[in-house]
Design a protein around this ligand. Sequence first.
Ligand SMILES: Cc1cc2nc3c(=O)[nH]c(=O)nc-3n(C[C@H](O)[C@H](O)[C@H](O)COP(=O)(O)OP(=O)(O)OC[C@H]3O[C@@H](n4cnc5c(N)ncnc54)[C@H](O)[C@@H]3O)c2cc1C
Ligand SMILES: NC(=O)c1ccc[n+]([C@@H]2O[C@H](COP(=O)([O-])OP(=O)(O)OC[C@H]3O[C@@H](n4cnc5c(N)ncnc54)[C@H](O)[C@@H]3O)[C@@H](O)[C@H]2O)c1
Length: 483
Amino acid sequence: MASPGNGKEWIDVKRTHDLIVIGAGSAGLTAAGGCAQFGLKVALIEKGPMGGDCLNTGCVPSKALITAARRAQAMRESAKYGIANVDPAIDFKAVHDHVQAAIAAIAVDDSQERFEEEFGVEVFRGTAQMIDGSTIEVNGQRLKAPRICLALGSKPFIPPVEGIGDVPYLTNETIFGLTERPNHLAIMGGGPIGMEMAQSFRRLGSEVTVFERGTVFGKDDPEAVAVVKAKLEHEGVVMHERTDVVKVSPVGGGVRIETDSGDPVEASHLLVATGRTCDFTGFGLENGGVEWSPRGIPVDARRRTSNKRIYAIGDCRVGPRFTHASGYEGSLIVLQVALGLPSKADYKALPWVTYSDPELGHVGMTEKDAREKYGDKIAITRQDFAGNDRARAENDAHGFLKVIRKGKKILGVTVVGPHAGELLLPWSLAIGGKANAFAIGGAIVPYPTRSDISKQAGFAVWEPTIFGNTAKRWAQFRAKYLL
Ligand SMILES: Cc1cc2nc3c(=O)[nH]c(=O)nc-3n(C[C@H](O)[C@H](O)[C@H](O)COP(=O)(O)OP(=O)(O)OC[C@H]3O[C@@H](n4cnc5c(N)ncnc54)[C@H](O)[C@@H]3O)c2cc1C
Ligand SMILES: NC(=O)c1ccc[n+]([C@@H]2O[C@H](COP(=O)([O-])OP(=O)(O)OC[C@H]3O[C@@H](n4cnc5c(N)ncnc54)[C@H](O)[C@@H]3O)[C@@H](O)[C@H]2O)c1
């Protein structure tokens, strides 16, 4: 019979492994690969394809689709460079194949062969179940280890809208399998999934209507969101904000969507992108004394669950859901389990990017959060791409970089514009205390690059001090008496 998981069961029976990792997504692969590289005997269990959500149904296919869509849009918008606009002929099956080829190219890195041969991880393909706080069963075999790492991921949240069970809706798990372009894609949810897909499908020729109960890109800086929204509207994405879908029903081959405001909309396809949830029913977390809810598994800063020998990392725990967060937490497990370092997650400098066009990137505190915490003590330094020579040369100077600071201390940075995500790194370092605005402002930056906007912003933070009274008085004294 299963014991309640007092954390000592491993002492009674000989261990088969030093660490058992369940889930071979970004979180589990990092934890398993890292520990194995230190010579630990690691079991990694995966019930689906290696690579998890990011590789198969998340970041990789979505970014591949975004790339195809951006190419199509560039053809429509080339006249401003002296090249005639073209209405692109879109072979949607070929777009699908490009997306699948991107997955296949990256799959090699996450493959069972690589983890076994290169890192020495023992990979089990099957559905794991927790027997007790140190025992996991897979394919009828029992594995035992003093530490277990849960990297179980999350799944799409399907809201309890009337009729949702009667219509054929898409989620991130199915949308990248489409080989025919939807005529009209309706999207429930205007978060990163909904909005990245909205722009992509619109650019690939679908009609797109988004229904969002709050505001689209709701977690981002409203000023930056306004820049992206203007572009989406211009491209023909229809957005209904503060609109709840109340009923869906089948109509013809498609879906009829009724909301709490406005007329019903009929679409050929419906994508549900209303956030994530967790359901670990049947896995046996209770056998290991691990608490959970649909929000995820609660963890402490070291990613320990209510059973301190069992960790939960990545999407399956309560916390931010990004591939880089999953990978970061996987590396915390390596430090703790392999090296015994009590490493804690620190998300002061957590970055995130929504790959719309223009891109929406952020790191650290948002202006709203900073104002709530520090009130009038915060200051904003803003540089527009309109003043950046590379952006002007490219005739694409929309957007800005905004530094949220308290004195000279950098709390957060928002960037909206092409390649926004690529511009966050120096600011991540600054927020993490490994660089500062003065260093960024003083760096030699190649000309002409968009990175120059960071130099300008760093310098602008210090400008009042650099050209302040003390320095001026010294320069004037020097001019008068020392030159
Ligand atoms: C459309 C989309 C786009 C995204 N784009 C981005 C992006 O651009 N940037 C970004 O940072 N994030 C993005 N994300 C989020 C990112 O994909 C996730 O945060 C990340 O993949 C989570 O990794 P994980 O390892 O925690 O979980 P997962 O990748 O979900 O891995 C969990 C694994 O555990 C396995 N598993 C579960 N239960 C068991 C069991 N009982 N036995 C065996 N195996 C089990 C599952 O099969 C799965 O493979 C996107 C997500 C989506 C849906
Ligand atoms: N670029 C990226 O980093 C990226 C891209 C895609 C996804 N992701 C990750 O994937 C996860 C899921 O993304 P998501 O966009 O599904 O989730 P989300 O929670 O960010 O957004 C869901 C949106 O749906 C809305 N919503 C919920 N119920 C609704 C209803 N009944 N009617 C209308 N709107 C409703 C919410 O108000 C919210 O704005 C997130 O954790 C995100 O971090 C990241």
